[in-house]
Design a protein around this ligand. Structure first.
Ligand code: NAD
Length: 326
């Protein structure tokens, strides 16, 4: 079985390197002294110009030469919108096909370790909260179904004796922070508060999500290169907050902002909350992690001070437009 050489800093490939998590992760891995290659086909327009070393390529164009000498692949590239996956479900087959291609290429090049980004959405309406990694998979959107399929194809290679690539599936709950596009709730509220003053709440706003600040997530992802291989691990905070609680935090920071109601998304899931026992045993977590109020304030400050609104024009129409794919 191929192994990461002891005593040598791993060489890493990040797919989806121009995206929200990929960008932060690439920077953190480089700060930790690792050699990092990143690829992205830029199907999602980045909020800031990608760094000069990013290779513009889709995952399906990767060859064994591209991953030769790589010790760890972080496979973050994915189409990831729940609502858009109902509009363009067949587009989400690409998540599966790209992952199957990547696993084949990594097996051919004897890459020792692949980390696959998945999501809490694979649990659907979980019977138990907090939800453990062993909970049944019950996806309720084409996006979630595509992530289950990604997980399964990765597991197939893990089980395949002649592959030798260790695979860990990382199920993110809601990750937020500077640089995330505003089709997620926290950056959406920040953008709304700073532009037309409205916070757009889908449905009742009582739906609860488990939010983790990007720096805390990336800190754990960096540790994964050296952690004992496990088949699957949740990355969450272990607590949940409602959309209305997030709106209240933003309104404390921007008192003139008001809530605007819109209809619920299809198959809305009332709550996600992560069981973090395994996560705690694998990683030394920052103490304390960034709290929700502090994280929302940092994200809002980024939207107000980074120049992103000016770069994308005002009003921020191009940012609010949904990311249609293809
Ligand atoms: N952000 C979250 O809260 C969250 C939660 C659960 C799961 N995830 C998963 O984490 C991963 C990263 O999420 P993110 O928030 O950084 O998303 P993102 O949309 O910001 O980044 C994804 C990047 O992948 C690129 N991409 C997509 N398909 C590609 C392909 N086939 N080839 C090359 N590039 C491709 C896009 O251009 C984009 O830059 C995704 O797999 C997502 O499903 C994220």
């Amino acid at each position: 079985m191929p192994e990461i050489k002891q005593g040598k800093k791993p060489t890493v490939l990040v797919t989806g390197g121009a995206g929200f998590i990929g960008r932060h992760l690439t920077a953190a891995l480089r700060s930790a002294g690792m050699t990092v290659h990143s690829v992205d086909d830029l199907r999602v327009k980045p909020l800031a110009d990608p760094d000069g070393s990013l290779v513009r390529k889709s995952v399906r164009e990767l060859t064994p030469d591209d991953v030769s000498g790589v010790d760890v692949v972080y496979h973050l590239a994915s189409d990831k919108s729940v609502p858009l996956s109902f509009v363009q479900p067949l587009q989400y087959l690409d998540n599966l096909e790209s992952t199957a291609h990547l696993m084949r290429v990594c097996a051919d090049a004897a890459v020792p370790r692949v980390l696959i980004a998945s999501t809490c959405e694979v649990y659907g309406r979980a019977a138990r909260l907090p939800t453990e990694e062993s909970a049944p998979l019950a996806p309720l959107s084409p996006y979630a179904a595509s992530k289950v399929a990604m997980e399964m194809v990765a597991r197939t290679y893990q089980e395949c004796a002649d592959s030798g690539t260790d695979t860990t599936v990382v199920r993110f709950f809601n990750v937020y922070g500077p640089g995330e596009r505003p089709d997620a709730v926290i950056p959406g509220f920040c953008l709304g508060a700073l532009t037309d003053g409205s916070l757009c709440v889908e449905g009742s706003g009582t739906q609860r999500r488990d939010f983790s600040y990007i720096d805390d997530v990336v800190d754990q992802l960096v540790q994964l290169t050296a952690a004992a291989p496990v088949p699957v691990v949740n990355i969450g905070s272990g607590v949940s907050a409602s959309v209305l609680e997030i709106a209240a935090i933003v309104r404390e920071l921007c008192p003139s902002a008001t809530v605007r109601w819109t209809r619920s998304r299809p198959n809305e899931i009332p709550e996600f909350r992560s069981d973090i026992s395994l996560q705690r045993s694998l990683f030394s977590l920052r103490t304390p992690p960034v709290g929700l109020r502090e994280g929302v304030e940092r994200t809002l400050r980024w939207w107000s001070e980074s120049g992103v609104l000016e770069r994308h024009g005002s009003p921020a129409g191009s940012l609010l437009r949904p990311q249609l794919i293809g």
